[in-house]
Write a protein that binds this ligand. Sequence first.
Ligand code: ATP
Length: 590
Amino acid sequence: MSIFCEPTLTATPLPIPVHFSQAQKSFCLKKRRLPFSSSSSSSPSVSSPHLLSHSLPPRPPSKGYPPVSRLFSQRPPSPWTPHSRSLIKTPPPASLYDPGRPQSYFSQCFTNLGLLGRGSFGEVYKVLSLQDGQLYAVKRTVQCFRGHADRRRSLREARNHERLGPHPHILGFQAAWEEKGHLYIQTELCCTNLLMYAEAKEPNLDEAAVWGYLCDLLLALQHLHSQGFIHLDIKPANVFLTQSGRLKLGDFGLMVIRKGEQIEGLDGEERGEGEEGQEGDPRYMAPELLRGEYSPAADVFSLGVSILELACNIEVPKGGDGWQELRRGNLPYEFISGLSADLRSVLKVMLLPDPMERATVSQLLALPVVRRQKLKRQVSLFLAESLLILFSFCKSMVLSGWGLLSTLHFPFLRTWMTAAPHTPTKDSWENDVGHSIAHPSFLHTDTGSLGEELVFFPNALGLDHSPTSSQRLQSKLSLGSTSTPLPKISTPSQHTPPQTPRFTHSPMWSVTHTPGSTRSSCSPSADVTALAHSMSQSASSTCDDSPSKDLGSAHSPVLNWVRPELCPRPVFEPKNLLSLFDEATLEGLS
Ligand SMILES: Nc1ncnc2c1ncn2[C@@H]1O[C@H](COP(=O)(O)OP(=O)(O)OP(=O)(O)O)[C@@H](O)[C@H]1O
């Protein structure tokens, strides 16, 4: 294909079609999820849970299932059924999960750390696995299955995800099971999704970051296509970020198998044969999908629209002239004029209307400019990930040293290391609950929810996630009730709730949240990113033709994220005077 010659790439003239001037009005700059100016203290910050639902993309109407009909008979609740090879092969030990107990598999095997977010059909929770002690995300379908077709479709998402196997740019699959009419999919835990991350970032163009996104997602698509799958729902909201800034493609709800592709162990039902295809988000949809033609080229088109959106910081239209023009291969010149010629050319070949002419993933990955950017990206990710490992190693060394010291019987050490007890104020507790109650997630949903198991996950608030804080929120808020959830009142024998909506304090990590400033910062990761940034700059300077290109800076999603497993939080339990007195007496005696 001639478009892949280097000279064409570097000097593509972009004509401005006259009729496009109208269509350009369909595109508009993105509204920021986060105001970055510290002066805007009155505007809601990212930490506000309300904002989350405000700026999520509109739900794609076509993805919906038919409304609940009275024609469906009430099915008896299904028992726990594993649906992934991993879980069938290695079921949980009997000591952990006892099917005879009234609690669900979910509550017996996991500690629910809170709601991460909600999609069209699923709620996603951050959980701690009691089996391996690792953190995961568990997505649970909100509605009970509405018939066999609905159930089959849901199960296909889980099984196809598992079939993809591990890949550095595909969201890691862990397990899937069904219980009481809901499907649960346990996956790797990420920091956030690319849409939310990009909206929270400062709006200036960071082309190096965009090249990084493109390279990661091309690699993800290469893997997916090589396995015979087509994703059909590529968009920034379905891409997740790890702490190091690595992108992982997720949400395989619409994924299909390429026509004629033979996949081992897959029958007609599992292939979805004879079922109506579902449409993805219209904003990213390739034009040929409207004609019912689907091929891997559709994913390339959707990736092209996603990259256009991220690079130009625009809201891509979901209909109208702008939508049509984009599907005719006319890119909004007003917005792309600021991009480099290389990026414009790559976008152009990704967004060609004819799927036969459109560049394939392998062709794109073979482009010299993409190869160069891929190398830089790999160096940058390697550095960021190595530094994160180093930090967590140092942290564990410090903690184990600290633990060792605390076992030594030196009274003076005990004095240093014991935190002063404090009695928190009452309003701090109410503040925390106030946040939670205000969150729309805690309002009633029409179907069963995790109810008692649910906690609000205050990561975006920079609030403390320590067990005490979590326990305070845990089980106090029920999704299954229309009444405003209320905090459980501590009995006098329990300790007084801790102070203030607390921010995290730890030897190595600090999360700050100042009113008015909407950024939280997690120091080590910020350091890691800064360091990776400067190192990648120097590492890549040899192959980089543009000094402004740097992959490190924009790639840290860590600013608004705290991973409790990486953030040790000493829990300072309030003590009563009597116990303090007892301790002092004991110390005196020893
Ligand atoms: N593995 C994960 N790690 C961290 N956050 C996640 C993970 N999976 C999902 N989330 C978050 O949970 C929220 C809802 O997830 P998701 O959009 O995948 O649900 P969904 O029902 O598939 O949505 P839709 O069908 O509308 O795409 C999002 O805010 C997303 O960022």
